[in-house]
Design a binder for this molecule. Structure first.
Ligand SMILES: [Zn+2]
Length: 459
């Protein structure tokens, strides 16, 4: 599986995060089904334009320092969102030789030609051009004033695209048979995908903006060289919208992953980004994030209960519990059916949330669950829950609990339990509600009281 990674010249934003999380869910679900997945995701660390060169100049960093700072923060942001690292994260700058070799083959076979400012791929030489995006020659002509760059002036045909760009004074460069310069963006993905996955592989993922020209061009370059189909399946994630516009680095209309996690916590952000099917656009709005954050709380609550009863739960069955455990099997098959239907993550997630609700209801009534119940729920969260949410439930729960508060809150709980024993329920309730105002929620069980910290919400 090959996924187009970040161009590391700025922070990762929520639009990127949506796509990376969907691909992560796909990979984790394939593994859940028993497939072995080899995942390659490139890091585009060659992105040179006037804006970046100016920024580097202002920051007094070298090109290399600038790029490695953003690469580092990109890989960290992925982990924060519970996205599993790929097996290989190849850096474009480390694969210039592979790209040059591919371009040489394309020139040799007559698909590419050299001009004054670079080496271009001639799209009319490749019969299948347009088969992924459905773009026609006429549309290419019409688009020539916009997306198909105007500064590439020496091309034979409008849709031809640069494989190699000869350097101008002051730009970072690499050596090649065509003089100093840098590779085009498209050839990067062809070279690295084929190096690690072979000439043909199964799945290629990207965002909807990649369909044309990026992926169309990847297919053309790769298949022109090998004569074999490049990727079997293509998966494209629709945009995240902010005020009706695509979240985009180039326009500055974006919310970074860091800002979002700072404000809402990682699990809430991940749940929000999975709240709409990947083939539909998703709009960033506060209400939707509040709902996601409420769901995150329900999952933290479930995790707290599971941890507690896994260690201390009774083994004798509790009345009515069998019915609930049978429903858990239903939840699992609901999860699988949803995922099998074109990766319907929002529906799959609702199967897990339903389980959280059922267990919460059972707990309200009985004050406890059995060890078996805890262990079945634990397994479900570890398998299905991890497919959708990575390790964020367990990880976030630990962090949210705020370990330094532990002794302090335990003391208050102990005091409150004394009051309850004495029948002073009004006083005990007052303490519970005061704690809740402070963001600490208590859950009374038959033998003890659990607590957890929650974020303040408006709802
Ligand atoms: Zn790519």
């Amino acid at each position: 599986m090959y996924t187009c990674g970040l161009t590391v010249n700025d922070r990762m934003h929520l639009g990127h995060a949506r796509a990376y999380i969907v691909w992560d869910v796909l990979k984790r679900y394939l593994e859940y089904l028993g497939y072995r997945v080899i995942h390659v995701s490139n890091v585009t660390d060659i992105s040179i334009d006037d804006k970046i060169l100016r920024r580097i100049d202002e920051s007094k960093e070298s090109f290399q320092q600038h790029i490695s700072r953003y690469t580092q923060s990109y890989l960290e942001d992925r982990l924060r969102l519970g996205i599993a690292p790929a097996d290989v994260h190849p850096l474009a700058t480390q694969h210039i030789q592979e790209m040059i070799e591919l371009i040489e083959k394309l020139v040799e076979k007559g698909f590419a030609y050299e001009t004054g400012d670079g080496v271009y791929f001639g799209i009319s030489k490749f019969k299948g051009y347009g088969k992924l995006s459905g773009i026609s020659k006429e549309e290419l002509q019409a688009g020539s004033s916009g997306r198909v760059s105007r500064d590439e002036y020496n091309k034979e045909e409008v849709g031809d695209f640069a494989l190699w760009k000869k350097s101008r004074a002051g730009e970072p460069y690499w050596h090649s048979p065509w003089g100093t310069g840098r590779p085009g963006w498209h050839i990067e993905c062809s070279a690295m995908a084929m190096k690690y996955l072979g000439e043909s592989f199964d799945i290629h993922c990207g965002g909807e903006e990649h369909i044309f020209p990026h992926h169309e061009n990847e297919i053309a370059q790769s298949e022109a060289v090998t004569g074999k189909p490049f990727a079997k399946y293509w998966l494209h994630v629709r945009h995240l919208l902010l005020d009706g516009r695509k979240m985009s680095k180039s326009t500055g209309d974006f919310v970074s992953v860091r800002e979002a996690i700072e404000q809402h916590d990682a699990l809430s952000v991940r749940i929000f980004l999975l709240s709409t099917h990947y083939r539909k656009t998703l709009t960033l709005d506060q209400h939707a994030i509040q709902i996601a954050s409420k769901h995150a709380d329900e999952l933290y609550a479930l995790w707290a209960v599971v941890e507690h009863f896994l260690a201390r739960g009774q083994t004798n069955p509790i009345e009515e519990e069998n019915l609930l455990l049978a429903q858990m099997n239903e939840s699992r098959s609901m999860f699988e059916q949803a995922m099998n239907r074109d990766l319907n993550a929002p529906l799959a997630l609702s199967a897990i949330l339903k389980l959280a609700k059922q267990t919460a209801g059972f707990l309200d009534k009985h004050g406890k669950i059995t060890k078996r119940h805890a262990s079945m729920t634990h397994n479900f969260l570890k398998s299905a829950g991890t497919v959708l949410l990575g390790d964020l439930i367990a990880y976030g729960f630990e962090r949210e609990r705020g370990k330094s508060l532990d002794g302090f809150v335990s003391l208050i709980i102990q005091h409150r339990n004394e009051l309850r024993k004495q029948g002073r329920y009004d006083d005990a309730d007052l303490i519970r509600s005061r704690l809740k105002d402070l963001g600490i929620v208590l859950q009374d069980l038959s033998d003890s009281t659990l607590w957890r910290q929650v974020r303040k919400r408006e709802t």
